[in-house]
Design a protein around this ligand. Structure first.
Ligand SMILES: [Zn+2]
Length: 76
């Protein structure tokens, strides 16, 4: 399987706006990320859980496409 990058966007848990992290700052477990829209503080761990779930779905979709392609080749 070739390398593929999945774009997973982090969204505010309160207002659903995309979260913008400070480029110079690395977030880690336990951090709170302030939303620029509603100024609520999002829990990093909760955001990661959601991002991981979203990522799994995208990977699953991608894998399905690849399997379909392989099957089509078999029946050429
Ligand atoms: Zn927000």
């Amino acid at each position: 399987m070739e390398d593929k990058t999945f774009n997973i966007s982090l969204k505010c848990l309160f207002c659903d706006s995309p979260l913008q992290g400070d480029a110079d700052k690395e977030f880690k477990s336990g951090d709170l990320i302030e939303c620029l829209e509603c100024h609520e503080h999002n829990d990093y761990d909760a955001l990661m859980d959601i991002a991981i779930e979203e990522g799994k779905e995208k990977v699953a979709e991608y894998a399905k496409d690849e399997i379909e392609k392989s099957l089509k080749k078999l029946f050429k």
